[in-house]
Design a protein around this ligand. Sequence first.
Ligand SMILES: [Zn+2]
Length: 332
Amino acid sequence: MRFDGLIGNAELKEQLSSLAVSGRMPHALLIEGPTGSGRRTLAGLLAKAAVCRHSDAAARPCGICPDCIKAAAGTHPDITYYGGSDRARSFSIDTVRTLREEGYRLPNEAACRVFVLQNAHALSLEGQNALLRIIEEPPKHLRFILTCRSRFELLETIRSRTFALTLRGVSEEEALPWLRENFPKQSEEDLRTVTRLYGGCLGVIREALSEDDWKNSLTLAPAIAEAILAPTESTLLAKCNELPQRDPVLIQGVLRELRLLFRDAISAKCGQSERLSPSPETAEKLAKAMTAGQLVQLLDTIAVLEKMQFRNINHALFITELCAKLRAAVGR
Ligand SMILES: [Zn+2]
């Protein structure tokens, strides 16, 4: 199988290639990975490979047969995209009902029909149960490709009937050639910093670099971290209120940078010299002012906040929770 446009993830590519070449590709695939890790790109490649007419499975998707061309243009009649956004419950049960009816129609042109269900974690439990009915006993001509942040956000019954594929952020070395080509004006140091900041998830890195506001997260996060220990909550609240509404990439950047800072502070406490955050002086300050237990609590809190960011809560409530949870982690 070919993976044009999907960077890194060598192990996953090998696994998929061997399934494709041996003709053992499961009928329902579940792609999991953080936002920006390439879920949509991989789903597109797999859908295209399923309809591609090239005689050699190793060369699919060939990109030049009529099916590949239609798939690339988004006009292939046997590939249908369904789904929601990253937000909870944005994938409606009515969409599942529609796809269940549609699923029994025979393919128009290709040997199979492919349903791509994007952000399946945005389905309600009711929606997942409705989906299960067709995934359990699908018509022979139907293939499913589900994408989600984490397979554990889906029902166990869905997980057990799909084949999980895990995408990961790529390493700096894997990301850099692509970044240099696409962002030639950015310095090497900035490209490395932003890759670390967003955990090698190129989709988010691209968005962050296009807006150029990722740098704000590198000034805001250390200020928030240092405000956690202020005597009154208002200092921290004022800093958190600088987070703009409707800028998920910046909010994600701040949470990621806080994670790196707390991690670096723990390393400093353990006497290790490796630092991932570009603000080592803040990490030193945190290491002096906080106990290891508090820092570990803060790291756990970031994981909770990262999940919360995608729930349907309004911005003001998110800021309030951010403040309260960070202070609670250090016992304030
Ligand atoms: Zn093709």
